[in-house]
Design a binder for this molecule. Structure first.
Ligand SMILES: Cc1cc2nc3c(=O)[nH]c(=O)nc-3n(C[C@H](O)[C@H](O)[C@H](O)COP(=O)(O)O)c2cc1C
Ligand code: SF4
Ligand code: SF4
Length: 579
């Protein structure tokens, strides 16, 4: 790369337009000073810094300036870019625990330029192992690293590779699972879009380690930019001789192809995914045999998640020991989370394993939106569970989350406050699984529908105490008897909400009350006469004309017409609407 410096201009989500103005201004000043050939400016969507205004990250020094104003641009160019001097007043020193290993290149490299990736030591690990190291060396280094699969199950990556390597076969495959179907999750999409070559390099190393000749990237069709960038990256890797026959003169043949998923959540399950690539209906199969022994077209196949694969080049480059020094005893490295819900700074965060939920939600996420009372966090998507705020000092690692009835999953984290109803949350996730179940086995197909029926009954105020017992019995049956992970884990949100928020279930069942004000059958809106200042704002905002009256008589809500949208409750400045 001929350019010696690079500025990353970060997008501040709240000030997108001003960031564009900054970008244009900066470019015009660089042009004026004839610096455009030596300094590259990249607009990055997300590098894990929130509420810091416009941020400049300057490479190779890795200087971060936050809350940059337009009038700072001249001095940044003159002092930092030309004279290499740091402007102390602008420097931002991160206080939180974020550590970017998986996202190391996102927002830093141009994802459509292989040279940019190579400049960040890209393809060095592949070259090293291919030309100088054995397959056993690679697997041993992975074992030392302690990397576990990031697709949800947390299975040791080296072990899967070693099983596949151990089987003799005329052909073997590697697959990148980029189906990412959990609601709220976009970790994998960000890696594919921001650093596609790291995923390809991970696949090449995996292919070499097990002796595969071909790899497939199974990407959901709703990710057009990711597909485009992976396609460009594959073509560039072929041009550079990193894919194809006799790679770098080593005698190793390996190539990659993209396959598109049609958006079924169950197709992320490895056996369903394999069926889908084979052109069959995406339904799970019983295991064993596991894909590493008998997978795609009955050949040994290693399936790894996008994030797992993006870790591999840097592990082989820096060594397994380096990776295993990060994280906890049983959960090594970092994990990327999509932090969403009622949190001030939502976005992608990457933290070392062992970081507590509290540090993620408060130190990085900035706490709860509108300073409401925090209630819980949902981890692991539809297969996960809800963890109450009392357990926020729990370190994030595979085992500790499991102990609480949740899972790490692929990395969705949804923060909930006092206005979130736990029955409503359980209903949402269960509804998703019922919708996405392939219907092949009865425990999932029938059990899921029965659970949803019971939750709906409770949320409508028709629940009975015995429904709680039924919910538990059906859930345990689904966990034990379902064929695949979808059915085995679909009841987790139900069981964890019953475990931690039993009181809320009892209020719905016994008192027909929804304390969060979410279950619309369990409350009505009325106007508190003594508090009403007769401003008429509620009347003007009611979308269905359910409020009548005037300044002289006061206002009333017609319960027949009211659709419980809550608009009047939200707009009233005098807290004169009761729910
Ligand atoms: C219903 C269901 C959906 C899944 N979806 C995904 C997915 O979108 N991406 C993924 O990597 N793994 C997904 N998995 C897990 C895969 O079956 C498999 O364990 C994973 O791809 C292995 O990669 P890893 O070892 O790198 O985690 C899903 C599992 C189930 C049961
Ligand atoms: S558990 Fe559900 S999704 Fe999985 S095979 Fe059975 S019916 Fe299909
Ligand atoms: S809750 Fe909605 S529909 Fe009902 S009175 Fe208020 S604004 Fe009108």
């Amino acid at each position: 790369m001929s350019r010696y410096k690079k500025i990353v201009l970060l997008k501040d989500t709240k000030e997108d337009k001003s960031t564009k103005r900054f970008y244009d201004l900066l470019l015009s000043k660089l042009r004026e000073k004839e610096l455009v050939d030596s300094i590259q400016v990249v607009r990055a969507a997300d590098i894990g810094l929130y509420d810091k205004g416009v941020v400049f990250k300057i490479f190779p020094e890795n200087i971060v300036y936050a809350h940059v104003k337009e009038e700072d641009i001249d001095s940044i160019i003159d002092k930092t870019l030309i004279k290499n001097k740091i402007i102390e007043d602008l420097v931002f020193k991160p206080q939180d625990k974020q550590l970017r290993i998986v996202l190391r290149n996102c927002g830093i490299v141009d994802p459509e330029n292989i040279d940019d990736y190579i400049c960040q030591d890209g393809y060095q690990a592949f070259k090293k192992v291919l030309l100088k190291k054995s397959q056993d060396y690679v697997i041993e280094e992975m074992k030392i690293s302690g990397l576990r699969g990031r697709g949800g199950g947390g299975f040791p990556t080296w072990m899967k590779w070693s099983f596949a390597k151990g089987v003799s076969s005329d052909q073997k495959f590697v697959i990148c699972n980029a189906d990412e179907g959990d609601p709220g999750a976009y970790m994998d999409r960000s890696v594919l879009e921001g650093d596609p070559h790291s995923v390809l390099e991970g696949m090449m190393i995996s292919g070499y380690a097990i002796g595969a000749t071909k790899g497939f990237l199974y990407i959901r069709a709703e990710y057009p930019l990711a597909i485009k960038r992976i396609d460009i990256a594959i073509k560039q890797a072929r041009e550079y001789g990193l894919l194809g026959e006799n790679i770098l003169g080593s005698g190793f043949n390996f190539d990659l192809e993209i396959r598109l998923g049609a958006g079924a959540f169950v197709c992320g399950e490895e056996t369903a995914l394999i069926a889908s690539i084979e052109g069959k209906r995406g339904c799970p199969k019983p295991r064993p045999p596991y894909p590493s022994i008998k997978g795609l077209w009955d050949k040994p196949t290693v399936i790894n998640n996008v994030e797992t694969l993006a870790n591999i080049p840097i592990i082989l480059f820096k060594g397994g020991q380096w990776f295993s020094s990060i994280g906890t005893e049983k959960s090594k490295g970092t994990k990327v989370f999509a932090l969403t819900g009622k949190v001030k700074n939502s976005g992608l965060v990457e933290v070392p394993m062992g970081t507590t939920l509290r540090e993620i939600v408060f130190d990085i996420g900035g706490g709860v939106f509108e300073d409401k009372k925090i209630k819980a966090i949902q981890t692991g998507g539809p297969s996960g569970g809800v963890i109450p705020v009392d357990y926020f000092d729990t370190p994030v690692e595979y085992e500790s989350l499991q102990k609480l009835g949740s899972i790490m999953g692929s990395g969705g984290m949804i923060v909930m406050d006092e206005t979130d109803c736990m029955i409503d949350i359980a209903k949402f996730y269960l509804g998703f699984c019922v919708e996405e179940s392939c219907g092949k086995c009865a425990p999932c197909r029938i059990g899921g529908t029965q659970l949803l029926g019971l939750l709906t009954k409770i949320s409508e105020g028709k629940g009975e105490l015995d429904d709680l017992r039924k919910l538990k019995v059906i859930s345990l049956g689904m966990q034990k008897a379902s064929l695949c992970g979808l059915g085995q884990t679909a009841a987790n949100p139900v069981l964890s909400t019953i475990k931690f928020f039993n009181e809320e279930y009892l209020l719905h069942i016994k008192e027909k009350r929804c304390p969060a004000g979410k279950c619309s059958n369990l409350f009505s809106y009325t106007i508190i006469e003594e508090k009403c200042k007769r401003c008429g704002l509620c009347l003007r905002n009611c979308p269905v004309g359910a409020i009548t009256g005037d300044k002289n008589q006061g206002y009333v809500i017609d319960q027949e017409k009211c659709i419980q949208c809550g608009r009047c409750f939200e707009v009233c400045r005098f807290l004169a609407i009761r729910r």
